[in-house]
Design a protein around this ligand. Structure first.
Ligand code: AMP
Ligand code: MG
Length: 352
């Protein structure tokens, strides 16, 4: 299959191209499209056969459910059993935007979308090209991130092409995703909303609107063997580049000291270390291949750069990635969650 890439500069001017993508979705095909979080791979959420093509293209395990994308809140009512007041309040506050809300599903949603769960995650993305595509398709669109399963999520059309060239018919190229990490997955089926995956809408933002909000323990640590994954995505390797990743906690000085020693040691063995850290910390690092996450005082910039850096280490062929921990505040919690998962929870704490 040939993968066509259509560039969208302005959703109004490029409406014909978006219409082509919408026609493919209506015909039961899959299309990659830009969102403000990461690129998504979409198909008609109401057609089991179309949804199966997403799993096939990504190599995604069949028991990992998909998030359904809508452009109008009115579409939501048909997809879920009931919308509690609090969920509606949160949707009104944060949609369009990086928040996926989990509620009991309606019978309209095929079990392929939810991997057999009785709940469904729904979100309204903020990217203008995504909203236009959803409106023209006129159906709810199931869309996970448009990467091969297990790889870092794509934040550019180029990343999608790297992973899915020849496996999907079309990619809409709408430039870089501005948030850079996936949506916040919020389970609203209980009394107190529960964050299953931290993302663009931070716990602080949610608490301001909803009062109490809990964070699932697996956001920061691996599941215990006998622990049930309420979000199946929790149990899989995620966001991982080819080289192993180690997360390092410590002061700027202890971090720099550690990675300088480690990178030099690897260099002597003829191996390459990749150093992933803030601009400030990198100034103190002298060895290895150094990629900047951006300004340490700007967590949004760090979120925006994270996945592109992990992918770049792949193309640079490093043997080990040493990643600096960032503060788990605001969107920093999502950044740390992604690095910790990419590292398979391999963490070195220099201060303890
Ligand atoms: P992705 O589509 O790659 O952004 O991943 C979606 C994430 O949301 C995965 O971690 C899923 O396991 C999670 N998810 C989607 N739907 C549900 C659901 N109904 N209940 C719990 N988690 C979900
Ligand atoms: Mg994903």
């Amino acid at each position: 299959m040939k993968t066509r890439v259509l560039t969208i500069t302005d959703p109004e001017e490029d409406i014909k191209k978006i219409q082509e993508a919408a026609d493919l979705i209506r015909a039961g095909e899959v299309v990659a499209f830009p969102t403000e979080t990461v690129y998504g791979l979409g198909a008609n959420a109401l057609e089991a056969e179309a949804v199966r093509k997403i799993f096939e293209a990504k190599g995604r395990p069949g028991d990992n459910p998909l998030i359904v994308h809508i452009y109008d809140v009115n579409q939501w009512k048909d997809l879920v059993e009931d919308i509690p007041k609090q969920a509606l309040l949160l949707a009104e506050a944060f949609w369009p935007g990086p928040l996926s809300i989990i509620l009991k599903k309606s019978s309209l949603i095929p079990e392929e979308v939810t991997a057999g769960l009785d709940t469904v995650g729904v979100r309204m993305p903020a990217h203008p090209a995504a909203l236009k595509l959803l409106a023209l398709a006129g159906v709810p669109v199931a869309a996970p991130s448009a990467n091969r399963s297990g790889k870092p999520s794509p934040t550019t059309a180029g990343h999608v092409l790297e992973d899915l060239n020849g496996r999907i018919p079309m990619i809409l190229d709408g430039g870089s995703s501005c948030v850079g990490v996936e949506s916040t997955v919020l389970d609203c089926t209980g009394e107190v909303p529960l964050i299953l995956r931290p993302g663009g809408v931070t716990p602080e933002m949610l608490r301001e609107k909803a009062g109490q909000v809990r964070i699932h323990s697996s956001v920061r640590r691996p599941l215990f063997e006998d622990e049930k994954a309420i979000s199946p995505g929790m149990k899989y390797v995620h966001y991982a580049p080819n080289a192993p990743v180690v997360l390092i906690r410590g002061s700027v000085y202890s971090f720099a000291d550690y990675v300088n020693r480690k990178a030099l040691e690897l260099e002597r063995e003829g191996k390459k270390a990749g150093i992933l850290a803030t601009e400030q910390s990198l100034r103190k690092c002298r060895y290895g291949i150094r990629l900047s996450l951006g300004d340490g005082n700007n967590p949004s910039e760090i979120a925006g750069n994270l996945f592109a850096c992990l992918r770049e280490f792949d193309s640079l062929g490093v043997d080990l990635i040493l990643a600096e921990a960032v503060e788990e505040k605001g969107i920093g919690l999502a950044v740390m969650n992604r690095i910790v998962k990419a590292a398979g929870f391999h963490v070195i704490d220099l201060e303890s």
